[in-house]
Design a protein around this ligand. Structure first.
Ligand code: GDP
Length: 686
């Protein structure tokens, strides 16, 4: 049996723009909880969070790291998420599994590109939110400046609870505004406030008290009538404010010196909702919606938040339990696969280490190994409950490249490694394009794709080179023409005879190929008509301009002749194929290119640059819509101009812009570009 209850569990994620100090803070927390004996260093690659070789080498997190430990009366599940924009999928999954998120701010740089992004994901997932402003040991950092910037940036009501105390520019520790205590950076000891610290307290205390009291009418009345308000009343009002998400408590410190961290965690234990405080889980049960409370008593219901392949124990599926409990040795049921699976071992995670446990209960975040069928977002349950939890919303990958093996002999091995990797990363997609014979891979950015490459090398012993995807050009005709071909070989033995007259005419875009016959009086016997169609079908994939498939045309065979002895299917096929080639030359052939529907969302200030850039990509803007301080621009842009758009948009907007694209239609390529394509294609085929 588990030695704690759902109400004792606090699930917390650390989120931020990269480099704000999440991994360092996690080390402090683990050390303070007695989980590790020494605080590891990001700079020396010795932390518990960053344990895969790619993380140690680059010094930034790629995966979320999961920890579970006891802190006072609570069982804390902590997820340290990556902050780099390319790994936003991990933040989506982590914030979905927890009740609370702590946003870290680097006091030295304030609000950064990814700050708002991760904050909004925490809001979307209905997390209670906290802020930890870090790095106050750094020269020139100033609490007032940072908090003003945060207040301008967020709509939430921010409530500073601990603030840094400096003498000159020297960081001395934090002041706890609620408890009116000073906690020194040197020894971490708590002391009464001295005169200078009292001055600082005065500056902030009144606002703190009033912000809390405002939330409670009774307290407000007491306050206005100068009645005494007890600590307990204050704490209760504060707790209510955090649970209702009306207040966002703000803490300060220096993770590098493990300063302010204990206060942060003490307050989190008091203020962060427990797993039992979570709103009830709504699931789809067939046509109906059902609700389940987060308690140990209900039926077992959980969701897989992440799957990964561990080199030692195989596939690891990390899940969150919303209701009931599961014991080692029991079976779990997956409604998607309609199958039961025995859970031979249950784990709690602590960085790279897995700890075996007998039972996991509602609120817990744990893992099972070797259930290869489990996928991210799968609902897991028992008792054949046919329910579905809303899947996790992952960001769409924007960067498309083609993967090619360094050595052609490794092609199959590479494809299979990439396919396998894609199963564990919902922000990485693979697609084989039959027309261009390329393996297309889609990721969040160049850093993401290079990490995927490193992981494939390490886990599956094969990497890949990134090459530009080929465009799926097509050819078509613009003029109606008729051709006559008589294919005849009648010298000795059995001859060949096929004679066709075929009309070729353009069709509207998207109609592909159509075939018809208008033969009267048996000029060509009906058994040969399919051969005529086949002759064109087999030739039309090789256009006359640059060997691209020819589309959007109709061929009608309207006359011809045959020979009683020499005619054959083969002869009619050859005649039709020759007729096609001849007709194409005369029918004004052109190259068609795929056009994409693109939607770009950027802050208003970048509008001019974005429009100019889209124009230079031959884009046609079709609409603009304002959307909370940002602009959404809709345009139709040739696919060939978009392969580097993910990285270019990032550099134009400093990472603030994003876009989506999907196929729209085919359009004629302008003639100057058509010439370049034909020349390039001729070189390719040499
Ligand atoms: P993460 O990307 O949010 O996980 O941030 P890390 O914990 O990896 O920290 C990024 C860098 O900032 C590392 O070089 C840390 O040593 C440094 N760092 C973290 N916390 C502090 C701090 O409180 N003060 C100073 N000066 N540096 C810090």
């Amino acid at each position: 049996m588990s030695n704690y209850k759902t109400k004792d569990i606090k699930n917390i994620s650390f989120i931020s723009h990269g480099g704000a100090g999440k991994t360092t803070l996690t080390e402090d927390v683990l050390f303070n909880a007695g989980k590790i004996e020494q605080i590891g260093s990001v700079d020396e690659g010795s932390t518990k969070s960053d344990f895969i070789p790619e993380e140690k080498e680059h010094k930034y997190s790629v995966n979320s790291s999961y920890f579970s430990f006891k802190l006072k009366e609570n069982q804390v599940n902590l997820i340290d998420t990556p902050g780099y924009a390319d790994f936003r999928g991990e933040v989506a999954s982590a914030t979905r599994m927890v009740e609370s998120s702590v946003l870290l701010i680097n006091a030295d740089s304030g609000v950064e590109v990814n700050t708002n992004y991760v904050w909004n994901i925490a809001v979307e997932n209905n997390n209670s939110r906290f802020v930890f402003i870090n790095k106050f040991d750094k020269e020139g950092t100033n609490f007032k400046e940072v908090i003003n910037e945060l207040e301008e940036n967020f709509e939430d009501s921010l409530l500073p609870i601990t603030i840094p105390y400096k003498e000159g520019d020297e960081y001395k520790g934090v002041i706890d505004l609620l408890r009116e205590k000073f906690i020194g950076v040197k020894d971490g000891k708590e002391s009464e406030l001295n005169d200078a610290q009292q001055e600082v307290l005065k500056e902030y205390k009144l606002e703190l008290v009033e912000s809390i009291i405002e939330l409670d009418e009774e307290l407000m009345l007491k306050y206005l009538e100068d009645e005494e308000i007890t600590d307990e009343e204050m704490n209760n009002a504060l707790l209510k404010g955090v649970l209702s998400k009306e207040l966002v408590p703000v803490f300060s410190g220096s993770a590098l010196h493990n300063s302010g961290v204990k206060s942060l965690m003490d307050y989190l234990l008091k203020l962060a909702p427990s797993a039992a405080d979570r709103e009830s889980l709504k699931v789809q049960a067939g046509e109906e919606e059902k609700e389940f409370e987060t308690t140990e008593e209900g039926p077992f219901i959980g969701m897989v938040g992440k799957t990964m392949v561990d080199p030692y124990i195989g596939k690891l599926s990390i899940f969150r339990i919303y209701s009931g409990s599961i014991d080692k040795g029991e079976e779990l049921y997956v409604p998607r696969t309609k199958d039961n699976y025995r859970v031979s071992k249950l784990y709690k995670l602590n960085g790279s280490e897995q700890e075996q446990v007998e039972q996991l209960i509602a609120g817990d975040i744990g893992a099972v190994a070797k259930l290869d069928d489990l996928e991210t977002s799968d609902t897991i349950t028992k008792e054949d409950l046919d329910i579905k939890i809303d899947p996790i919303k992952f960001p769409e990958p924007m960067l498309i490249k083609a993967a090619a093996p360094a050595d052609e002999a490794d092609n199959e091995k590479m494809s299979s490694a990439i396919q396998r990797y894609s199963l564990e990363d919902p922000t990485f997609k693979v697609d084989y394009n039959k027309a261009t014979k390329q393996l297309l891979i889609k990721g969040m950015g160049t850093v993401h794709l290079s990490v995927v490459n490193d992981i494939c090398k390490r886990k599956f012993d094969v990497g890949f080179n990134l090459v530009e995807p080929k465009v799926e050009y097509k050819e078509t005709i613009r003029k109606k023409v008729s051709t006559e071909v008589k294919y005849k070989k009648q010298s000795g033995g059995r001859g060949q005879y096929g004679h066709v007259m075929i009309r070729f005419e353009p069709l509207p875009r998207g109609r592909g190929f159509e075939f018809d016959e208008e033969i009267f009086g048996g000029a060509i016997p009906s058994q040969y008509i399919p051969a005529v169609e086949k002759g064109i079908l087999e030739t039309k994939d090789d256009g006359v301009l640059a060997n691209y498939p020819v589309v959007d045309f109709k061929a009608t065979v309207y006359d011809g002749s045959y020979h009683d002895v020499d005619s054959s299917e083969m002869a009619f096929k050859i005649a039709a194929s020759k007729a096609f080639k001849q007709a194409m030359q005369k029918a004004k052939p052109v190259i068609l290119e795929p056009i994409m529907d693109v939607k770009v969302v950027v802050p208003e200030s970048f509008m001019g640059d974005i429009m100019g850039d889209l124009n230079s990509r031959r884009g046609k803007i079709s609409g603009m819509e304002p959307q909370d301080g940002t602009q959404k621009i809709k345009a139709k842009v040739p696919q060939s101009e978009l392969f580097s758009y993910a990285t270019d948009l990032k550099s134009i907007t400093g990472g603030y812009g994003y876009f989506t694209m999907e196929f729209s239609n085919y359009e004629k390529v302008p003639s100057d570009i058509s010439e370049q394509i034909i020349e390039k294609r001729a070189n390719e085929e040499d």
